[in-house]
Structure formats: C-alpha cells, structure tokens
Design a protein around this ligand. Structure first.
Ligand code: AMP
Ligand code: GLY
Length: 428
C-alpha cells in the first residue's frame, strides 16, 4: 500500500518512522515533511491545505491511504473533500470529517458536545461578538482565576487565564472587540478554572469502536518549572505516573465511551485519532479540550510504546474492523526532550548546522524544524528536534533522553532541563 502522511513536524517524523516499519507499507511519502522524514520515505513539496495538489499527487502515485497529521486540513474539510469526490473516495483517509473536526476547531462546539453527552468538563458559558457586557456580567459570578478562550483555532494562543477581574474584562475586550485572534474570536468561552494536574489520553477510532493508545504528559511552557510563555510543547513522557489503571479506567468509561457515543449519535464521520486534554482533579478526569489528531510532541512518546503494526491498525480503522484488534503497549517509559532554537516561541535564528550522535538502542531522534542542505542537516524552525530516551523506569528514560539531548549540537540550542522531574514523586 502506498501511504501519504501530511505534515512537517516531530509528530509526522514519528508517524513516518512507525508506518515505514510495516510490511503493509510499500512506498511512503510525506508532504511536506522535514529533514528527518527523508530517512523513512520521500518528501513531497506540497502544502497540507492544497487539497487539489494532494488529490492529483495521490491519483498519480496510487496512494491508498492518507494520514493527516495537523488540524488545519481537517478543520478545512480535507476528509469531506476526499469522500465526496468520486475518483478520490476509494482512498482511505485517516482523520475526522469537517463537522467532527469542530471538536477542535470550535471551543464552543466542543463544550456543547460535552455537555450534551454527559462528558465531565469545566462549567462554562459561550458569548458572541456584541455580548461583551453579558460576558463581563457572567465573569462577576465566577471566582478567579478566570479562564477565557477564543472559540476558534488560534495557534495554541487563544486561552487566557486571568488572575483579576480587570484582566479578565480586558481579555474579553481583546478577543471580542480588538479581535486580536481575528475570526477565531467571533465567540468566546468563559469557564471554571480546574485545579489539578494535566495529561492527555489518545484514542484511535473507526467511528464504531476505539482503542485506547498510551497516555502522555506534555510540558507546554518554555521555561523550567512551567514558567514563561506557552509553546507547542517542550517535552513529553509516557506512561504518566499519576494516571494509574483506576484513573485510566475512569477516562475510558466517563470520557472515551461517551465521546464515541456522541460521535455516533451526531452522525459524524470519524476514522482517526482523538486527543483528549484532561485535568486530573483529585483523581477525577475532566476534559479541557479535544484535538482531532495526535499531539506534537506527545506522538513521539506514544508511538514508540505501541507494539502493534500501526499501519495494520489504521487499515483496520478505515475498514471499520478496529473491534477485531487489540492494542499491545510496551511497559517501558519514553521521555522526549524538545530541542528548540533559542528565542522560540518568539523570533529565532535558523540555518545552523546540526551534529547528531550515533543512534543507540535506548534513544532516538525525531526531526521537526530541520532541512537538509549540501553539508547535512540544518535548523529550519523553532522546535528543531526531539531527543527520545527509553528506559525501564522514568529515571532511566530521563537520563537516556538528556544524555542524547546534550550530545546533539547546533548553535542556539535550547531545551528545558526539568522534563519528568516533577513526576518522580509519584513513583514509589
Ligand atoms: P486548551 O487550548 O484549551 O488546551 O488550553 C490551554 C491550556 O490552558 C491548557 O493546557 C491548560 O493548561 C489551561 N487551561 C485550559 N482550560 C483550563 C481550565 N478550565 N482550568 C485550568 N486550566 C485550563
Ligand atoms: N502538544 C500539544 C499539541 O499538539 O496540541
């Protein structure tokens, strides 16, 4: 089977690594890919939102399966485009349709879905442009900190957490009146602040049944001890020590099962990944957000723990046969450290040469912002690489990941030095 992966980050590098190992995969293409994905397939210079370009390429190269990495093409309706175009409808496409993608594309839609289907989440209210005063009135009924979310996709920046009511009023104005997030701020959600510790659960669904993939914890802030601005993610670990079997069973029963029931009841077409951002509030899971794809860098910790042939699982999902499959998860711990260009998530310099050490058994490198020139790999983005360490416990995995992170060299390399440290206390 010829397979096309859409995307260019560390997530897509890990997908390419895993999918290329499958005997079911004949030729693998990645559009647009990065310096590292070339090791597993052929990079194609196409944008992930160029639907007609992707369609032409797919027909010409007998692509039988497309795995969509990022959310943009899903929210724009790539799955609907393929399903509704007769020559393309035979191509298996891994991702939800446009309506289901609103679970990520619209916070208001996601909250309404959760409320309707009895999925635990923070209490909330939605406000639209022109309702600034109503939103402010509602804030007066809430306790600080105040959580204010622009409705639409805002590149991970649309959530404002305010300590005082004045800041919260400003946040409402900033979104609904000053419109700093543009149309993503046509509406906003104000919700209860959840006190707890965050983690993420991942599902693969065929629209009728689902498999629970390994869970992960992401470190979103740029600085050690969760300080400084939010990023796409600076490191991840899997498994998550505070998410034991009992907690994950609650996630299955209270969140995963009703989410799938909701998808079925609403007649959504969903063959793909669901990423559930959760808060563990005194042992009870509550949903913070849905993403309709895998996470980056979570994928780099989730996929190495899956012992199944991922391509076989994806094929089963697209044939509605996922109920016949069982997931096999390695008990090993995976720690990923994101190596970024100093300055990220703000501005940074790029085009610096990268030196990579020899690959070894307990460590791997996934590429994100890299490309290849005549002399080798060079930096081309904010998040450059992930250093992935494996171990029989968290301590060893942390050590393996950091040893690798320190042996990788490029100018202006920056990484957090505390990934996983806060979780050692959960391990006896
Ligand atoms: P989101 O884009 O919805 O995942 O929100 C971004 C980040 O804001 C989350 O990862 C949380 O750290 C934080 N956050 C969002 N909603 C809440 C909430 N209701 N209570 C506490 N923190 C939240
Ligand atoms: N690491 C968070 C995300 O992929 O959305």
């Amino acid at each position: 089977m010829n397979i096309l992966i859409l995307g260019s980050g560390g997530r897509e590098c890990a997908l390419a690594w895993k999918i290329s190992q499958s005997p079911l995969c004949s030729q693998l293409f990645i559009a647009p890919g990065n310096g590292g994905t070339k090791e597993y397939g052929t990079n194609i210079d196409l944008s992930v939102t160029d639907f007609t370009g992707i369609a032409e390429f797919s027909l010409k190269n007998n692509i039988e399966m497309i795995v969509v990495g990022p959310e943009d093409p899903l929210v724009l309706g790539i799955v609907d485009y393929f399903l509704s175009t007769p020559q393309l409808s035979g191509i298996k496409i891994i991702g939800p349709d446009k309506r289901a993608a609103m679970l990520e594309g619209s916070k208001a839609f996601a909250k309404q879905f959760m409320q309707k289907h009895g999925i635990p989440t923070a209490t909330y209210k939605t406000f639209h442009s022109g309702q600034t005063e109503l939103a402010k009135e509602f804030l007066q009924s809430m306790k600080p900190p105040y959580v204010i979310k622009a409705d639409g996709l805002a590149a991970g920046k649309g959530v404002l957490i305010c300590q005082t009511i004045e800041e919260a009023y400003d946040a409402v104005e900033t979104i609904l009146v000053k419109r700093i997030f543009g149309d993503a701020g046509n509406s906003l959600v104000i919700e209860e602040f959840l006190h707890g510790i965050e983690m993420s659960a991942f599902l693969l669904t065929d629209g009728n049944s689902f498999l629970m993939l390994p869970e992960a914890k992401d470190y979103k802030r740029i600085g050690n001890h969760d300080t400084g601005p939010n990023t796409g993610g600076m490191g991840t670990i899997s498994p998550v020590p505070f998410a034991g079997a009992e907690f994950m069973e609650k996630v299955r029963q209270q969140i995963a099962e009703p989410t799938l029931r909701g998808i079925i009841e609403e007649g959504m077409h969903y063959c793909g990944f669901i990423f559930v951002g959760l808060m563990n509030v005194d042992g009870e899971p509550k949903v913070i957000e849905y993403n309709v794809r895998l996470g980056d860098p979570e994928t780099q910790s989730v996929l190495p723990r899956i012992q199944n042939d991922l391509t076989d699982l994806l094929l089963a999902a697209s044939n509605h046969q996922l109920h016949e499959k069982q997931i096999k998860i390695s008990p090993e711990t995976i720690v990923n450290i994101v190596l970024a260009s100093n300055g990220y998530p703000g501005s940074y310099e790029k085009d610096f040469p990268i030196t990579l050490p020899q690959a070894e058994k307990h460590r791997m490198v996934f590429h994100a912002g890299t490309k290849i020139n005549e002399s080798g790999f060079i930096t081309s983005g904010g998040r450059v690489l992930t250093a992935c360490g494996t171990g029989h416990n968290l301590e060893t995995a942390i050590e393996n990941a950091y040893t690798l992170a320190r042996e990788i060299h490029f100018k202006n390399k920056y990484f957090r030095s505390d990934i996983g440290q806060d979780l050692l206390k959960y391990i006896q």
